[in-house]
Design a protein around this ligand. Structure first.
Ligand SMILES: O=P(O)(O)OC[C@H]1O[C@](O)(CO)[C@@H](O)[C@@H]1O
Length: 435
């Protein structure tokens, strides 16, 4: 990936960062890189995720996947949530085409949606991919139990079609051993949201026939750029700029890829940014947007609302053409000379320039095309940018303690034990306005 932070400079935007301040910030980046490098070297929790390009065993993944797939595999149903779904979904949503098995992610517990999803599947030719780092996530286990029962009621042997990715122990590890299911390990020291380039994110990609090694080569190429300066490393340039802009008031970061195939990538980025940096009353709020669609819904706010946002564009250099047919409508003649790809590119450049013209900070991230190599580089680059930003914020990037309260309350509400959090739910302050 290439990064252009020109439109985040104070000469262009407010909030913005001056060249001099960027130079000073680069000294902090050098220190942070030393810390990151040492953490990678030692395989420390969290930092170890940045070693995945040279650590993930793609042969092991393919061997496991071969046990549950066949020439007639029509779909892969992934049961997982958060980091155990978003990385995989980003890859298959970006790369799948009509000939690939359909990749479906059960990352919610909405009964109607789940039933409708299962009803339309041919379970005989569906692979069940169960993913949970902890092996204890209520939503994933509940969905798995419902799906397993559905297979059994349909008389379809789920043990022949199920692959599990989980930690060294826990209920899912036991299940895999009890039923001799093909299983893979969540690598040690890799938090869920940083695990897309491990078996967690790659099993679904393998079932859909994508080139796992090209994904990791792209990530490895990005890893080569991790040096002690933001002026040499695109990932650090992005991480440092978002941190600096946040410190200057850009509390929201709208991730706006200009490719429909990257919509889920924006969701993946939102978890990465929110769960990693949202601590100690700090952290930039990630917002998912999509170009060109959200030009017609959000751009008004980004351009003329509060000056509290950074817009991050992701643009793809090579887009398909798809010519726009000529028309006899004079006003539309200009379209007839263009393609949809031209229109997409022109709209991106126009929107980027429109924010700069209004003095609104934005950053451009460029990838050559949406393929395995470039996607691997983008995912890795964003992870490295996040790790660097975490160092600059001085937060623990790799934990997410604030999510535990609601989990305990949920468990208590369902009779899964005595939790003060569950009692607190009953003490809600009410001011109801009823129809
Ligand atoms: O992979 P697991 O352990 O099921 O967790 C799923 C997700 O839930 C979280 O722990 C948040 O609740 C995320 O950090 C994680 O990606």
């Amino acid at each position: 990936m290439n990064v252009d932070i020109g439109n985040a400079l104070s000469a262009v935007a407010a909030p913005g960062i001056s060249r001099a301040a960027l130079e000073r910030l680069d000294e902090q980046v050098a220190d942070a890189h030393e810390r990151i490098d040492a953490g990678m070297e030692a395989g420390e929790h969290g930092y170890a995720a940045l070693n995945l390009p040279n650590r993930t065993d793609t042969d092991e993944i393919r061997v496991a996947v071969d046990r549950v797939t066949g020439p007639d595999t029509s779909a892969i149903l992934t049961v997982g949530i958060g980091g155990s779904a978003l990385g995989a979904a980003t890859i298959t949503d970006a790369l799948n085409d009509a000939d690939d098995p359909e990749a479906i992610y059960l990352d919610n517990v909405d009964p109607d949606w789940l039933s409708a999803t299962l009803d339309r599947l041919d379970l005989e030719t569906t692979v069940l991919n169960v993913v949970s780092r902890s092996g204890t996530t209520a939503e994933t286990l509940a969905n798995f139990l419902v799906v397993r029962e559905t297979f059994e009621e349909a008389g379809v042997d789920w043990t022949e079609r199920t692959i599990v990715t989980t930690g060294d122990d826990g209920p899912l590890r036991e299940l895999a051993e009890r039923h001799n299911l093909p299983s893979l390990a969540v690598p040690d020291g890799v938090p869920g949201r940083f695990s897309a380039l491990s078996a967690v994110g790659l099993v679904a990609a393998a079932v859909c026939g994508h080139d796992l090694d090209a994904l990791l080569r792209g990530a490895a190429a990005e890893a080569e750029t991790l040096t002690g300066s933001l002026f040499e490393c695109p990932a650090y340039a992005y991480g440092a700029t978002t941190y600096a802009l946040d410190a200057r008031g850009a509390r929201t970061n709208a991730m706006m890829p200009y490719a429909e195939s990257l919509e889920t990538y924006a969701e993946w980025f939102a978890q990465l940014w929110a769960e990693s940096l949202g601590k100690d009353d700090l952290g930039q709020t990630p917002v998912r947007a999509l170009g060109v669609t959200d030009q017609h819904s959000q751009l008004q706010l980004y351009r003329a609302g509060p000056r509290d946002k950074l817009v991050t564009f992701v643009t793809v250099q090579e887009t398909a053409a798809r010519p726009i047919p000529d028309t006899d409508v004079d006003d539309l003649a200009y379209l007839g000379d263009a393609s949809l790809g031209d229109l997409l590119d022109a709209e991106f450049e126009a929107t980027e320039a429109s924010l700069a013209a209004a003095g609104r900070p934005n950053v451009r991230i460029e990838i050559d095309r949406v393929d395995e190599f470039e996607l691997g580089g983008l995912l890795y680059g964003m992870e490295a940018a996040c790790v660097l930003a975490g160092e600059l914020y001085g937060v623990n990037t790799f934990e997410q303690p604030a999510v535990e309260w609601a989990k305990k309350a949920t468990r208590g509400l369902l009779g899964g034990g005595e939790f003060a959090e569950a009692e607190a739910v009953a003490e809600k302050t009410e001011l109801r306005v009823e129809r």
